[in-house]
Design a protein around this ligand. Structure first.
Ligand SMILES: NC(=O)C1=CN([C@@H]2O[C@H](COP(=O)(O)OP(=O)(O)OC[C@H]3O[C@@H](n4cnc5c(N)ncnc54)[C@H](O)[C@@H]3O)[C@@H](O)[C@H]2O)C=CC1
Ligand SMILES: O=C(O)[C@H]1O[C@H](OP(=O)(O)OP(=O)(O)OC[C@H]2O[C@@H](n3ccc(=O)[nH]c3=O)[C@H](O)[C@@H]2O)[C@H](O)[C@@H](O)[C@@H]1O
Length: 470
């Protein structure tokens, strides 16, 4: 037997991962037909939009989709047909934190993975390579194998691979074009290794072979959780140090620069912030915490849990600093919040620190003027309602006004809070903003974005994360 040469791929799940990842595969492998399917019809319609108003904002994505949609890249809701035709199936569905039942608040909800797996088993009528692309707990591939084999049609073989995704939102396309590594986990059996080879051959169309790492299935699954946990741990470490900086008059940027110069530590991912957000860091660490507890390793669980707790502390510490600085009350004051996405260059708001900040400001009965260049209004109302379920939306709308520019948000405000590091906030004409604000005018920089000395010269009182007043 030799490795199957893959001709047709289906990706189940047309989200932030499935969409960009498989669009890039289609772009780089013109000899392979790629169909991305989803049960969400509105999402598929948006991927097929004739004016390319795609469901995800991601720099460079539109060009990739334009280059191959209708050629060898297709988006469809016909999940069954696409499964039947494919040699290789990516499972790229959502794996959120469980909201109820055993492990609620920690464990991953694997319902979507299981439903997709059962669908594959129900409709497949030829051999398939099934690839776990979603981030899943260790040994999920084993559950998938059991489900697939128990329901397989005669003469239908399934080989299961783990191929976690490491792209970051906002830089998904360059990350996919030039990945640090592609990780493929397989059973170390002859069939498993052949399936691994088939998938590696796809990536080898554009990724150098030495960056395609092949490991055992369980190592691959755990490596994904480990990578996210260690990245988040760096942010919590630098944020913990930012609190010490504020109390001692040190400057977190200078500390990060000095620490990061050590080649063993490295300069990346040491930017202090108002707290990390995004759909995955918290979820994947909680998943690791749950795994550790299930394995009777409470000390290990406590170690990782602290990374999330430090992040919660950072967010609440920042909103408290706003209240304390504004003379211990923000009731009735106007606060301009700039940015709602969890980071720049994405319209994604999942777990965004801005949501917690605005909820805290609402509790203090402040008026919030909010501006974000990408996030849809409907998404903002949904997030704010979920953050304060006790408040009717009408009450929230009385306290929060969505603005169409930074200028509009800042006009008449007592304070500006920078929550997302959008490039356009760097280019704000602060002289003009200052004139339009109530005095004293404060800027709270939660992203180390603005030139504090320049703003102070204009007349602002500037409070920056990780910088003390001493
Ligand atoms: N968002 C990110 O930057 C990254 C996410 N991941 C992981 O990738 C996975 C997917 O994440 P996202 O793409 O962000 O999620 P998402 O929520 O944007 O997309 C998942 C899609 O799967 C669809 N879906 C669910 N069940 C289905 C089924 N049975 N049949 C067809 N479609 C189905 C949903 O309708 C949804 O459109 C998660 O496990 C996540 O942890 C990994 C790396 C990066
Ligand atoms: O599994 C995932 O979902 C992905 O999670 C992260 O990617 P993402 O969440 O899209 O974005 P990051 O750039 O990692 O930023 C996450 C959060 O940390 C914050 N951050 C990042 C870096 C930093 O130095 N400081 C900091 O506060 C960002 O503002 C953002 O809120 C990882 O970087 C990806 O490798 C991984 O594939």
């Amino acid at each position: 037997m030799s490795p199957v040469k893959v001709k047709k791929i289906v990706c189940i799940g047309a989200g932030y991962v499935g969409g960009p990842t498989c669009a890039v595969i289609a772009q780089r492998c013109p000899d392979i037909t790629v169909t991305i399917v989803d049960i969400n019809e509105a999402r598929i319609n948006a991927w097929n939009d004739k004016d390319f108003h795609l469901p995800i904002y991601e720099p460079g994505l539109e060009d990739v989709v334009k280059s191959c949609r209708g050629r060898n890249l297709f988006f469809s809701t016909d999940v069954d047909k696409a499964i039947q035709e494919a040699d290789l199936i990516f499972v790229s569905v959502n794996t959120p934190t469980k909201k109820s039942g055993v492990g609620a608040g920690f464990a991953a909800d694997l319902n979507y993975v299981e439903l997709a797996t059962r669908r594959i088993a129900a409709v497949a009528n030829s051999n398939k390579i099934v690839v776990e692309k979603s981030t899943v707990p260790c040994r999920t591939a084993e559950s998938m194998r059991v489900i697939l084999e128990a329901n397989a049609k005669p003469n239908c073989r399934f080989d299961i691979l783990s191929n976690p995704e490491f792209l970051a939102e906002g830089t998904a396309i360059p990350d996919l074009h030039n990945p640090d590594r592609v990780l493929i986990g397989s059973l170390q059996t002859p069939e498993g290794l052949e399936a691994c080879q088939s998938l590696a051959d796809i990536y080898a169309h554009w990724v150098p072979r030495e960056r395609i790492l092949t490991v055992g299935l369980w190592s691959s699954e755990l490596s994904k959780l480990a990578a996210n946990a260690m990245l988040a741990q760096r942010i919590s470490s630098i944020n913990a140090l930012s609190a010490i900086c504020e109390a001692t008059g040190s400057n977190i940027d200078e500390v990060a620069h000095a620490v990061g110069h050590d080649t063993r530590i490295g300069p990346k991912f040491l930017k202090a912030s108002v707290g990390f957000g995004g759909s995955c860091f918290q979820k994947d660490i909680l998943n690791l915490v749950y795994l550790s507890e299930s394995l009777h390793l409470p000390e290990v669980a406590a170690y990782w849990r602290q990374v999330v707790e430090m992040n919660e502390y950072q967010k609440s510490r920042f909103s408290k600093r706003v209240v304390d600085t504004l003379f211990n009350t923000i009731t009735g004051k106007h606060i301009a919040v700039l940015g709602f996405a969890f980071k720049a260059d994405t319209g994604d708001t999942r777990e965004s620190a801005a949501i917690s900040l605005i909820r805290d400001f609402q509790k203090e009965r402040a008026n919030v003027n909010l501006y974000d260049p990408q996030v849809e209004e409907s998404q903002i109302w949904q997030d704010l309602s979920e953050a304060s379920p006790e408040l009717p939306l009408e009450t929230i709308k009385k306290q929060v006004r969505i603005c169409s520019s930074s200028m509009q948000a800042c006009k008449g405000a007592e304070a500006v809070v920078i929550a997302t590091e959008w490039k356009e906030f760097k280019e704000i004409d602060w002289e003009v903003v200052y004139q339009s604000m109530n005095k004293p005018a404060f800027v709270f920089d939660g992203r180390l974005l603005v030139d504090a000395a320049k703003l102070t010269k204009i007349g602002f009182k500037v409070v920056t994360i990780g910088r003390g007043e001493l």
